[in-house]
Design a protein around this ligand. Structure first.
Ligand SMILES: *Cc1c(COP(=O)(O)O)cnc(C)c1O
Length: 431
């Protein structure tokens, strides 16, 4: 495989940008090798600067439910651009997308658009604090919520009542107000909520964690978290930046029938442009400026191009009946990989929830906790990743990342992927 141009660009990039990238995991640090510079994408494929083609399962880390450069999405962006790229005034497309989002998410009566998932989470936490008048936030080990200071916090030791900074530059003060508990362990959350219930503003979670492998919630777990929040007066925030518009039209809250107080969104709602959003009941959203005292603003928020891409994506999802289509593709994928999964049982595990897939290098046959993901063989994943890449399959460059099926993946793509998996697993386990 010739990747000379990627190598040359990476050398230039490394002199210009930290790690040569604008987001750390892109740098291939955990799998080794040179990150590929992607020149273009269409449908299920991406093409690097040297012209190599790959079937893509990273899909820009989730936003591209329809695949790359979908005709309708591209046309909507181009049409919007011709009318002007930004005004800093209200625009018609903000109203249209807000109507589409509110119609889909059961727990969202009003919504505010921002520019990233990080911003959505940051604003949702400020809103929860402003609404409750409390300071502390509970998060779960292994759940990713973007890079706001209060979310870059790791579990404290033992029975510590607060977390510790998980990044240089995060203050002890920020970490002090975040409590970290294990996911899928309702007793651990109950203990914290009983101890600190007067001071907890919010419990924030990915209802289905997708940033530390895929960790399906135990039966009844989300409902139990909801009940603990109700009892303590803390708001429940579902960070649906991945799961929203991915697991169902109304995200995990629809799929599992549990209503959060605040929902954060991103990725798919921007159709591949930079968008985030947060929404809640009318009562809670009344606290947001200019209606209320919780300040939050954005020069480019509600950007017409981004709104156009999101609107076109949601309309096409409906037109394609995308969730049924993705489930069908998922089942086909399951059938193709079932014999491979059998052969590697005890060494590798392949899980799928809707259009989210994850391969773990573990002896386990199920995954329920972050510790189980942490114990997976990431060196083996690195070998597997390189073997898949050589066979024209682009996976996100870390064993902690999931893969995404898009409506653009064809039956042939899935068959080619399964064949590549068989060979790559054999190579990864070879001597
Ligand atoms: C990607 C992600 C974020 C952060 O979104 P950005 O747009 O990268 O800032 C937050 N929460 C979850 C669950 C995510 O997957």
């Amino acid at each position: 495989m010739n990747i000379a141009r990627s190598i040359e660009l990476y050398a230039r990039a490394s002199a210009l940008m930290p790690g040569g990238v604008n987001s750390p995991v892109r740098a291939f640090k955990s799998v080794g090798g040179t990150p590929l510079f992607i020149a273009k994408g269409t449908g299920s494929r991406v093409y690097d600067e040297d012209g190599n083609a790959y079937i893509d399962y990273c899909m820009s880390w989730g936003p591209l439910l329809l695949g790359h450069a979908d005709d309708d999405v591209v046309r909507a962006i181009a049409d919007a651009a011709r009318d002007g790229t930004s005004f800093g005034t209200p625009n018609r497309r903000e109203v249209e997308i807000a109507e589409l989002v509110i119609a889909r998410f059961p727990a969202v009566d009003k919504v505010r658009f921002v520019n990233s998932g990080t911003e959505a989470v940051m604003s949702a936490i400020r809103l929860a604090r402003g609404f409750t008048g409390r300071d502390k936030v509970v998060k779960f080990d292994g759940c990713y919520h973007g890079h706001a200071d209060s979310m870059l916090v790791a579990a404290g030791s033992g029975l510590a009542t607060f977390g510790t900074p998980d990044s240089a530059g995060v203050t002890e003060g920020a970490a002090h107000d975040t409590i970290v508990v294990p996911f899928n362990d309702i007793d651990a959350l109950r203990a914290v909520m009983q101890r600190d219930h007067h001071s907890i503003a919010a419990v924030i979670m990915e209802p289905v964690p997708c940033n530390y492998g895929l960790i399906p919630p135990r039966d009844g777990y989300l409902r139990a978290v909801r009940e603990l929040c109700d009892r303590s007066g803390a708001l429940l925030i579902f960070d649906e930046v991945i799961t929203g518009l991915r697991l169902a039209p109304g995200g995990a809250q629809e799929r599992f029938d549990v209503r959060p107080d605040i929902t954060t969104l991103g990725k798919i709602i921007g159709g591949g442009l930079p968008v985030g959003a947060y929404g809640a009941s009318t009562e809670i959203m009344a606290k947001v400026a200019p209606d209320g005292p919780v300040y939050q603003a954005g020069t480019l928020s509600g950007n017409p191009l981004a709104m156009a891409a999101g609107i076109a994506t949601m309309k096409k999802i409906d037109a394609l009946n995308a969730y049924d289509l993705l489930e069908e593709k998922g089942r086909r994928f399951d059938a193709l990989v079932a014999p491979i999964a059998d052969e590697y049982r005890g060494r590798a595990l392949i899980l799928r929830l809707g259009s989210i897939v994850c391969t773990y290098f573990t002896e386990r046959t199920s995954i329920e906790s972050v510790d189980q993901v942490r114990a997976c063989d990431m060196k083996r994943f690195a070998r597997y990743h390189a073997e898949m890449l050589r066979r024209g399959i682009y996976l996100a460059p870390s064993g902690y990342e999931v893969g995404f099926l898009a409506t653009a993946h064809t039956d042939d793509d899935l068959a080619d992927t399964a064949a590549a998996m068989r060979e790559s697993l054999a190579a990864a386990f070879g001597s």
